[in-house]
Design a protein around this ligand. Structure first.
Ligand code: TXA
Ligand code: MG
Length: 318
């Protein structure tokens, strides 16, 4: 991608040092992760956290994910349990977030955790955010780098499209390889998946050798993204459709769909992994092309398809 905007920076040594300075001064920036781009600030700084909430227009009751460089750092702020240790061994660093109890002496900003005694923690895998975490002395609070209720960004350009010059520093780490937000699992009681992702329920069950629950819609506040409309491209979305109306785009999946002007294929070869990676990019493209709404065909509800369907249902306010 061409660096035509002054606030998109290549992740070289000099720019990593610049990013470090920005964070140490309680300012915020956008960083790439393997799932989606995050809007990051010092998790120990109330001042930095306030800036994140303000820029995202995020309600203060909705806590942020705290990103750590490794287990040793997590342990300083968080009480670990055996289930966490098993899942950590299997999947970290990677696209999974754990809800755990906060230590009493933890320095994590109360604003970041919305005053809760639990914290969402993640150890990301993306090379660039790892490099950044390695040169700073604090964890990073980083929600997805989008305005609240909108689509998460999966490239530096997406972050720019979302915030323009309201953000001074966007670190470019190319397209996020997964393209959907991390799986969130609550380990403070019976393991419960609060948000589905590329690390699926089945994979987690195998590691823990026990049945895992998915949160029900009704358990409002515990589950992330429970604000009614979420993952929204800014135009109406209708799911499980077979055709598009006038001025409507149709998101399709698999090789049986021939190319048409208003058809957007998530994966012509029928790969759910590829579909997950393309979902937000395609929705953004459709919005830019001025279609007035989006219809989506039925997507297979298996593997990462479950995470795709979870996002689509919320985008459709279903
Ligand atoms: O892939 C990801 O997880 C990305 C990248 C940047 O790491 N981050 C991300 O953050 O998706 P965010 O803030 O957009 O979504 C985090 C969700 C929120 O919906 C929030 O409700 C939930 O995590 N969450 C945070 N702390 C929680 C807690 N203590 N209990 C339950 N849910 C929590
Ligand atoms: Mg988000």
């Amino acid at each position: 991608m061409k660096n035509i905007y002054l606030n998109i920076y290549k992740p070289n040594h000099i720019n990593l040092k610049k990013a470090k300075k920005i964070l140490e001064n309680n300012n915020i920036l956008a960083v790439p992760t393997e799932t989606v781009y995050g809007l990051a600030g010092n998790a120990y700084s109330e001042k930095a956290i306030k800036k994140i909430f303000k820029l995202k227009k995020r309600p203060f009751f909705n806590p942020l994910i705290i990103h750590f460089k490794n287990l040793k750092e997590v342990e300083k702020d968080i009480l670990l349990n055996n289930k966490f240790k098993k899942l950590h061994k299997a999947f970290c660093p990677g696209p999974i977030t754990f809800i755990l109890k906060k230590r009493k002496k933890s320095k994590i900003s109360k604003l970041a955790t919305a005053g809760k005694n639990t914290v969402a923690i993640r150890i990301p895998k993306h090379n660039v955010v790892k490099k950044l975490l390695n040169i700073i002395k604090f964890p990073l609070a980083a929600p997805s780098a989008n305005i609240s209720t909108k689509l998460s960004p999966t490239s530096a350009q997406d972050v720019f499209d979302e915030f323009g010059k309201k953000i001074n520093f966007i670190m470019d780490g190319k397209r996020s390889s997964i393209g959907l937000e991390s799986t969130i699992i609550d380990l403070t009681g019976k393991p419960t998946i609060l948000r589905q992702g590329s690390i699926t329920l089945n994979k987690i069950q195998k590691v823990l050798s026990c049945k895992i629950k998915l949160t029900k819609k009704s358990k409002k506040n515990k589950s992330p993204g429970q604000l009614k409309l979420h993952y929204s491209p800014g135009i109406p979305v209708e799911i499980n459709k077979n055709y598009a109306r006038k001025n409507q785009a149709l998101i399709v999946f698999g090789k049986k769909f021939k190319h048409r002007k208003n058809y957007f294929n998530l994966s012509t070869k029928g790969s759910l992994k590829e579909a997950a990676n393309n979902l937000y990019q395609i929705m953004r493209k459709i919005k830019k092309r001025k279609f007035n709404s989006i219809a989506v065909v039925k997507i297979p509800n298996k593997g990462i398809g479950c995470a795709i369907n979870e996002r689509l249902k919320k985008a459709a306010n279903y």
